[in-house]
Design a protein. Sequence first.
Length: 429
Amino acid sequence: MRAPSVPASRPGQQAPLPPTASTRKPRLLVLTSTFPRWRDDNQPPFVFELSRRLTNDFDITVLAPRAPGSLDREEMDGLHIVRFAYFIRRWENLATHGGGILNRLQVNPLNYLLLPLFLTGQLRALLGLLRRGNYDLIHAHWLIPQGLLAVVARRLVRCDAALVCTSHGGDLFALRGALLRRLKIGVMRNSRMITVVSTVMRKQVLRMNIARDQVEVIPMGVDLQQRFTPDPNQPRSNMDLLFVGRLVEKKGVQTMLHALPRVISRYPEVRLTIAGSGPLEQRLRQLARDLGIAHCVRFLGQIAQADLPRLYRQAALFIAPFQIADSGDQEGLGLVLVEAMSCGCCVLCGAVPATADAITDGITGACFAPGDPEALAEKIIALLADPHLRARLADNGRAHCRKAFDWEHIATRYRRVLMRSLAPVTATP
């Protein structure tokens, strides 16, 4: 068991007394496959951002995969971070943001060789933490693999820590087949609570015969107070289009590129900026050349979170051409929509089901039929032609985000779920 930490006293101050068993904060173990490798990393930060906002109420350890350049253990914003090894360090890249684990497996079958090593490495590290840590609660991000490994590890070490699982979308929609379905149901039935990031995901979970009061919709949040804010001093372009995200099938970038020639024929000055990386990058670059629009498309690669607001504040229109991938994978919510709207940018997105929580067509943004480049081109042309409509949609979108997606509000809701999950289960007579 890790000894309770005692904050260092300042000169002239009396050192605080160590916490007693009755006053210590509950110990929370967070399991994730996506986590910043270091401070200000360009990896998706949502698990970090949520966890650091809970440290006033919980003593939190995060178990995440090791990656080239990362530390095995470190303290960051009050979090105890442990990174598990699963291969030779320089090749530990299965969980980095070049498309996520599922897409890395699809693009390069050789990555399947890393998968059993990844799972056993995470399980071994998890077992070690549970044997030593005396945790009160486990929060597993993604049903598979983290939720499944938590269920297995709890049984192996006879740990009675309550389990809360959060599904982010790909684990729920893309992992198909009878066996995977049974595993997901088993994880959820062994969890005290399940949180999902959109309303459509809750409907999917309920179709698996999970109790209604066990499932709650709580999205990940966005920093609307300091980072993702409008800047009235930064002029906004009238013809710059922006995409931010992973370059994978479900993001629909190929649809956007196919729509662009028609847009350019109407507005030759239009330029598209693509901020993100992923397994489809070279294929998309080639597509832009084949369509004769490479001179109008700028690929920036992966961008640090701190640099995203500037892009959102400059763009005339943010485009998220989401679609459902052949594997069934689709957006669980699409936080980039919220980031763009929070910066005062008008948003146009493919109308996959989860986006309804963020975008109401014609009110907080605009939508088009997923995978239809003609429909997308028509919407882009109409929005570029009407700056007053773009401004109205942007204002409405930001107002909606302030009410629904601010991190402080989201962290409060997760805090309640986690605290409620600590309560002893009362057997029904």
